[in-house]
Design a protein around this ligand. Structure first.
Ligand SMILES: [Zn+2]
Ligand SMILES: [Zn+2]
Length: 358
């Protein structure tokens, strides 16, 4: 196939470490409330890369060819007969997971916990690295005129950061520590600042990422010293913060050492949220956790209002997601772009297009 003339070119993971471009049929609206979107910008996420290189994340296993990508923005190309909030030509950020809307979690408003979630590029569901993608209108968030399609693609990881930071219940004037300065960690720093946190500490092994964290929102940064125990790292961080332990910890790396340092570093009564995924099991400092009476919870994707707030944070200038964009490539170069991410290069790589069919 030729990408430029294909009606719906799609970037497909065939099996572990094997991708190709396929000409997929143009998807049809499945309900009068659906819209068809022409994809314009897509960010590459760690999860896309993980499926590419491992073929699975936990119990989600790639068993059939799957279109990659879930961080997208585009332009509405067709609207169903019952669509009221969007029209052809509108620019939208795509919230790429459709819950069943009927189960107890959906009815309680925690639709991200829906067991029947159909999430883009999570097997067996196809992702958004294609020309056309169909979503219900209420999972498309219209972009204000001052928000670009590039920024629109970054609304997905920003929504993850919004969800995490909401769950942590970060308060104005507080001190927040974020472990892991990848895209989600960086965006958690930015959201924490937008929520009024005044001390934001980023922790990462890579100095360049910490430099970016400071550019984005962090007031302090820390590189763990090789050989230090979690308690030693925590003591050094608290010293750096003038003796004041943070009240909120967000773990966005998934590394066991970070989890341990977070529990060690938190103030009494502090709040801990796990956002990163790493080794499935780790050792955990249960005594420290108990005697400080910490609150801990997990965070998964995003829920009601998170996408809308993310767009609002970008539109109001409170969060500058553009700072995270390190590479821009064309749709034809998607494979090369994934290889860059695998080599650990860049922070957020955006894939433009595919261009309209010739
Ligand atoms: Zn993602
Ligand atoms: Zn449900």
């Amino acid at each position: 196939m030729t990408i430029s003339t294909s009606p719906n070119p799609s970037f497909v993971l065939q099996k572990v470490n094997e991708v190709s471009f396929e000409d997929r049929p143009i998807p049809k609206l499945s309900s009068p409330k659906d819209v068809r979107i022409e994809i314009k910008q897509t960010g590459i996420c760690g999860s896309d890369v993980h499926y590419y290189t491992h073929g699975a994340i936990g119990s989600f296993i790639v068993k059939a060819p799957m279109v990659l990508g879930h961080e997208s923005a585009g332009i509405v190309a067709e609207v169903g007969s019952a669509v009221t909030s969007l029209k052809v030509g509108d620019r939208v950020a795509l919230e790429p997971g459709i819950p069943c809307r009927y189960c107890d979690h959906c009815k309680a408003g925690s639709y991200n916990l829906c067991a029947d979630m159909k999430f883009a590029a999570t097997p067996p569901y196809d992702g958004t690295l294609c020309r056309f993608y169909v979503l219900p209108e209420d999972f498309c968030v219209k972009l204000p005129v001052n928000v670009s399609l590039e920024e629109g693609a970054l609304v997905e990881p920003l929504s993850v950061g919004v969800h995490v930071t909401k769950l942590a219940k970060v308060t104005p004037g507080s001190s927040v520590i974020v472990f892991g300065a990848g895209p989600v960690g960086l965006l958690c720093c930015a959201v924490a600042k937008a929520f009024g946190a005044t001390t934001i500490t980023a922790v990462d092994l890579v100095q360049a990422r910490l430099d970016l964290a400071k550019e984005v929102a962090a007031t302090h940064s820390y590189v763990p010293v090789k050989g230090d125990s979690a308690a030693e790292s925590a003591a050094k961080i608290v010293k750096m913060l003038g003796g004041k332990a943070p009240q909120f910890a967000i773990e966005a790396s998934g590394a066991g050492a970070s989890v341990n340092t977070a529990i060690q570093v938190l103030a009494q009564g502090g709040s801990y949220v796990q956002a990163g995924m790493g080794a499935p099991e780790i050792s955990f400092p249960i005594t420290e956790f108990t005697v400080k009476e910490l609150t801990a919870r997990g965070s998964f994707r995003y829920g009601p209002g998170d996408y809308q707030l993310a767009v609002e944070l970008v539109a109001s200038g409170k969060v500058d997601v553009k700072k995270l964009i390190t590479h821009r490539v064309k749709f034809d170069e998607a494979e090369e772009a994934f290889k860059l991410v695998m080599k650990g290069q860049g922070v957020k790589i955006l894939i433009e297009g595919p261009a309209p069919a010739a």
